[in-house]
Design a protein. Structure first.
Length: 230
């Protein structure tokens, strides 16, 4: 590879310079993707899969989330509050950004509120614009879907429309909610439940102690039972 000199400095390898420029562009893209991904700073600390710790059951659930995030189907995370669903989705989104792919984490009520706000705007094809916006991310993680249980059928129809389009476009989508298995169909509707069952399925976050108010560096690690049995 030919080298060039600048003034009295040492020769600069053009190939090395090009490699440095590519790396700088990649870092800039990663930063831009992370800034736009919607992950709360609270969850940014554990931004790669290998950083998660906890009991074996939790790590198995997190690995199942990773498999879905790297796939092309729809999955649903269920379980009580504080069991690590949001952190697992946040890690999936951040890892996708580090890999150079656009990913978004959004609360379900924010997603549908945006849709309803667009319908109040009579200019343009509002529903189509909303659909295109949320089809764009490679990975879409939608949190707190249990909050949709009081939404009107018209809104849920469009929510289902988005999930269907993402499935047929082979883009991974992960839902999470404080729901039991038998509540998925009642809250989200039978068509979405069928999509989940035919895709990535349900990933259950079990009744290990809540992660809320804990730190992964504490002596009592995430996911350890209070009796000391992991």
């Amino acid at each position: 590879m030919r080298a060039v000199s600048v003034g009295n400095s040492q020769p600069i390898c053009r190939g090395c310079l090009a490699s440095d420029i590519r790396e700088a562009h990649a870092r800039h893209r990663q930063r831009a993707l992370i800034d736009a991904c919607g992950v709360d700073p609270l969850f940014m600390r554990f931004n790669r899969w290998e950083m998660l710790r906890g009991c074996e059951e939790y790590l198995l659930a997190a690995e199942a989330v990773r498999t879905c995030a790297e796939g092309d189907s729809l999955a649903m995370l269920t379980g009580k509050v504080g069991r690590g669903k949001s952190q697992s989705m946040a890690t999936a989104v951040l890892q996708s950004c580090y890999d150079g792919r656009q990913a978004r984490l959004v609360p379900a009520n924010s997603l549908v509120d945006e849709l309803k706000a667009r319908y109040k705007d009579k200019h343009g094809d509002s529903a189509h614009d909303w659909l295109q916006k949320w089809l764009r991310p490679h990975l879409l993680a939608i949190d707190d879907v249990h909050r949709l249980k009081h939404e009107k059928p018209n809104t849920m129809m469009r929510f289902e429309w988005l999930l269907d389009r993402r499935c047929t476009s082979y883009r991974p989508t992960i839902l999470a909610g404080n729901l039991a298995s038998d509540e998925i169909s009642r809250v989200l509707g039978a068509p979405i439940a069928d999509r989940i069952n035919g895709g990535g399925g349900e990933i259950e976050f079990l009744d290990w102690p809540s992660f809320r108010g804990r730190d992964q560096d504490d002596d009592l690690e995430w996911g350890l039972s209070e009796s000391g049995v992991s």
